[in-house]
Design a protein around this ligand. Structure first.
Ligand code: NAP
Length: 264
């Protein structure tokens, strides 16, 4: 019932987790606004949804165009009159050693994963406060909780999201706005193919752990009941979830283990 007739705006809706969330939310009777850069892929996702196509809108945007995102948010609000739930899900990863990653590539990743995400949130939350209710969901990662080799910029961007959204929650929760941070482990999407290398070019390879991981559909099915239950932080992962718990209790032991394991 939580999602029925709600207006849900999903970024990163053109593939992977965002696409699976669109189908799962469509099944639950939500009205959807689908955003990412590739309009043709967003239209494909829309056409795969069931029911009245007028309940699904495509709103292309680029999270690096931070100056335009407030305007995009106004457009989103005008489509169905308001936005009840914002799923900040669009993002990219990186495969590069910290000392080799060029600053421009790190900045690009931060623009998408962090600045774009908070710019959109800053534009949407005031409307939620005015109406006295709303829910902002953010796809972070288990990399928002610890770090491994090759993931410095990605882990930094996801840690930054935890800092920013934990603070936001304190400021808006009494005004009816919930904030949920979601930490997936490996999910079988194109995230590694779309990841950037040290010089910003496309990595273009499927990660071996991702090949064996849960599907985005399985992930979305696990996620939605936890979001509707109002959880503040959600972990959905395979055995990599143990690293999150180990970090809390025995951080030095985790660091020793991570130093030794093969990271790709
Ligand atoms: N898959 C995993 O194992 C995993 C694990 C932890 C966290 N996550 C997180 O889950 C989220 C979704 O990733 P995914 O796994 O579904 O990978 P994905 O299939 O590569 O999806 C990424 C989405 O982000 C959008 N995007 C990328 N750059 C953008 C930009 N500049 N502006 C607007 N949208 C942009 C892409 O659409 P366009 O290319 O059309 O713009 C696409 O829809 C990400 O935040 C990722 O960090 C994934």
């Amino acid at each position: 019932m939580y999602y029925e007739n709600k207006v849900v705006w999903i970024t990163g809706a053109s593939s992977g987790i965002g696409e699976a969330l669109a189908y799962a939310l469509n099944e639950k009777g939500a009205r959807l606004i689908l955003s990412a850069r590739r309009t043709d892929e967003l239209e494909r996702v829309k056409s795969n949804c069931k029911g009245d196509p007028d309940n699904i809108a495509v709103l292309p945007l680029d999270l690096t165009d931070t100056d335009l995102l407030a305007g995009n948010a106004k457009q989103a609000e005008s489509l169905f009159g308001s936005v009840d739930i914002l799923f900040n899900n669009g993002g990219i990863s990186q495969r590069a050693l910290a000392l080799e990653a060029e600053l421009d590539s790190v900045r690009r990743l931060m623009e998408i994963n962090f600045f774009g995400t908070i710019a959109l949130t800053k534009a949407i939350v005031p409307g939620m406060i005015e109406r006295g209710h709303g829910h902002v969901v953010v796809t972070s990662s288990v990399m928002g909780k610890f770090g491994t080799k090759y993931r410095s910029a990605y882990a930094a961007s996801k840690h930054a999201l935890h800092g920013w959204f934990d603070c936001l929650r304190q400021e808006v929760i009494d005004q009816g706005v919930d904030v949920t941070l979601v930490c997936p482990g490996y999910v079988k999407t194109d995230i590694t193919k779309n990841a950037i290398t040290a010089d910003g070019s496309k990595f273009d390879k499927m990660g071996s752990a991702h090949k064996e991981a849960m599907t985005p559909e399985q992930f979305a099915d696990k996620l939605l009941p936890k979001v509707s239950a109002g959880k503040e932080e959600i972990y959905i992962a395979g055995r990599e979830i143990w690293a999150v718990y180990l970090k809390r209790v025995f951080p030095s032991l985790l660091n020793k283990i991570l130093r030794r394991i093969k990271v790709t």
